[in-house]
Write a protein that binds this ligand. Sequence first.
Ligand code: SF4
Length: 191
Amino acid sequence: MSNCLNVTNAVEYAFCPRFTYFQLVLGIDQREGKRGTVQTGRAFHSRHATTNKNYKIKHLDGTKQTELLLYSKKHSFSGKIDEAIETEKEILLIERKYSDYILIGTTLKTQLGLLAILAEENTGKQVKKAIVIFDKTERTEIPINITEKIKQNALKILQKTNNIITTGNMPYSKHDDRCINCCYRKICPTT
Ligand code: SF4
């Protein structure tokens, strides 16, 4: 893979391939930092990652790791693990979502699959499981098994993201509910 992509690039492709085209081929900034929900979500991650280093989920044993910036030599991509629990043989990923809307979809699986690959390559330990914590007005923990299929599908998404950049062609994407809050909706053709 010629371009060094990051996990976020692949997650955005999983959300919408055309998003990748506008951002990484045309270079149009998504200006997401101005959106309130994104800022609140970042503050939420940051609170747990930096000011709360000793806080752990009660039923989990191991050492808490935060803000691990990792690179995969094997697959040429980078990413940041916000939070994980490390035991002697395993890494357990913790992903926090500032939302009450519980959805384990392709974007989340892409994120977890690639983070698992980064963790395994850099630590030599297996990632078998992740816990996703949805926490806005209510807190819900969802355990997810990180299977080989999740990791392979995540790598395919990463490859497809790279293909958009390599070819420079605008991919097809139907307009639907995703477009309502998309920063590219005003310039995105409906055909
Ligand atoms: S407006 Fe819709 S189709 Fe266009 S980039 Fe955004 S999400 Fe994708």
